[in-house]
Design a protein around this ligand. Structure first.
Ligand SMILES: Nc1nc2c(ncn2[C@@H]2O[C@H](COP(=O)(O)OP(=O)(O)OP(=O)(O)O)[C@@H](O)[C@H]2O)c(=O)[nH]1
Ligand SMILES: [Mg+2]
Length: 456
């Protein structure tokens, strides 16, 4: 079994985490106490990837392989007393009593250092309980102090201790549409700097795009975290389907990464879902393979506020759930790629990975999840970088960070790292196969990619 150990950090990490577990428990017929609800249990052959299966004599109990951490107590207390309180391992909760107060430096240095050994001990126990762990999966926001700062510290430490285990992140990018944290561009830039160097794959979820989906597509009157988190959980459930249910392609994170990431630093994914429609309109539109596939490429379906049509697809993966024919899918994807060839780089032939799973999410017959490595992701980096620069030019709010021990230099280095990735995306948007031959760094990486794919 290739297990994934989840790490939920901070308010946002724990709120999206609990929504994720709620969603996948329902799909695997696990009730709020971790017991199987339905004896006719469908295809649960790979359930051990995400859950411990504990046999306590009478009934098997399924316990999420997850560690829940927050430097302030409120959200963890809410999980401990919420409807799923019987689901999680009691030893896997860590709650501080102060919080990092929206300050990356506090999460990374001060409070983080106080709690890191306790957290690492719990994670070590989780790793020991695995047969052959494939990845850590951290869920967190980039805009606060705990998920971003303490999350970064933990990422650093786990990288040192387990260099061979893949590290993936579901990272929530901030948006002024739902947040009042003024310093979040600072926290986000400092976190991105680390994610660029240390993470193996970042599923980017942008509160800006998620809010627009809620308002414009789902026709909600008001945006709430609960609604945003439902979208994030649905996308994460889609992305992990082939890891959790028996199937064929992309069945582990390493294969997904080898196929999706042509250059090591370009490991930021945008995610999309279909269908995404107003529940009142449900049933009025046909939603077959053709409609879903077309929808997946719609900019308004992306969970990052970017326009993929202004960039180019390096690679993408489409995952379908429900009873569906692979021939239909291949045909629809070919149609879209042929019609829109300018949007796909020509120097990665066969840049699509497709998979299907016959278990549809609850309440649906057919759905699809999209994962893309598209150069327009630079838009969200640019948005955050520009907000950051406005404050940093005046050194506004900087003292909160320097007094906690972060040097100004770390800010300028992080900023230049973000500038570099923006230029890398920019370059690849305009680069043709011929230009690429002149660029030896990229050429080396392409050779690595070729040999990686041929090893599969
Ligand atoms: N999508 C989503 N975003 C959230 C949620 N909770 C907070 N955020 C966003 O996360 C950022 C703030 O980070 P938090 O997760 O609250 O902070 P934290 O990690 O707990 O850190 P501190 O409270 O500062 O110690 C802001 O951008 C919020 O809009 C949530 O449940 N869902
Ligand atoms: Mg908090």
């Amino acid at each position: 079994m290739q297990e994934i150990v989840s790490l939920q950090f901070g308010q946002c990490g724990n709120q999206i985490g609990t929504k994720f577990w709620e969603t996948i428990c329902e799909e695997h017929n696990i009730n709020k106490d971790g017991l199987l609800d339905d004896l006719n249990n469908g295809d649960n052959g790979k359930i051990g990837v995400c859950f411990h299966e504990n046999n306590n004599g009478i009934k098997k109990k399924y316990v999420p392989r997850t560690v829940l951490v927050d430097l302030e107590p409120g959200v963890i207390d809410a999980v401990k007393s919420g409807i799923s309180k019987g689901l999680y391992r009691p030893d896997n909760f860590v709650a501080g009593n102060g919080g990092a107060g929206n300050n990356w430096a506090k999460g990374y240095l001060v409070c983080g250092n106080e709690y890191i050994e306790r957290v690492l001990d719990i994670i070590r126990k989780e790793v020991e309980a695995c047969n052959c762990i494939q990845a850590f999966h951290m869920m967190h926001s980039l805009g606060g102090g705990t998920g971003s700062g303490f999350g970064s510290l933990t990422l650093n430490r786990l990288r040192e201790e387990y260099p061979d285990i893949l590290f993936i992140n579901t990272s929530i990018f901030p948006s002024a549409l739902v947040s009042e944290v003024i310093v979040e561009p600072y926290n986000t830039v400092l976190s991105l700097d680390l994610l660029l160097e240390q993470s193996d794959g970042v599923f980017c979820m942008d509160n800006e795009a998620l809010s627009k989906i809620c308002l414009n597509k789902l026709k909600q009157k008001r945006v709430t975290y609960d609604k945003l988190n439902q979208l994030v959980a649905a996308a994460m459930s889609g992305v992990t389907t082939s890891l959790r249910f028996p199937g064929q392609l992309n069945a582990d994170i390493r294969k997904l990464s080898v196929n999706m990431i042509p250059f090591p630093r370009l490991h930021f994914y945008m995610t999309g879902l279909s269908p995404l429609s107003n529940p009142d309109e449900f049933g009025y539109c046909k939603q077959g393979v053709a409609e879903l596939t077309r929808d997946l490429f719609e900019p308004s379906n992306m969970m990052v506020d970017c326009n993929p049509r202004a960039g180019r697809y390096l690679t993408f993966a489409a995952m379908y759930r429900g009873t569906v024919s692979m021939r239909d899918i291949d045909e629809q994807l070919r149609l879209i790629q042929n019609k829109n060839s300018a949007y796909f780089v020509e120097w990665i032939p066969n840049n699509a990975k497709v998979s299907s799973c016959n278990v549809a999410p609850k309440g649906h017959k057919l759905t699809a999840t999209f994962l893309a490595n598209n150069t327009s992701l630079q838009d969200v980096m640019r948005r955050i970088r520009d907000q950051y620069l406005k404050m940093f030019k005046r050194k506004a709010f900087l003292h909160w960070y320097t007094t906690e021990g972060i040097e100004e230099m770390q800010f300028t280095e992080a900023e230049s790292n973000i500038n570099d990735i923006i230029s890398e995306y920019e370059q690849l948007t305009h680069m043709t196969a011929n230009d690429l031959c002149c660029c030896s760094d990229l050429e080396d990486s392409l050779e690595e990619l070729d040999s990686g794919i041929s090893c599969l």
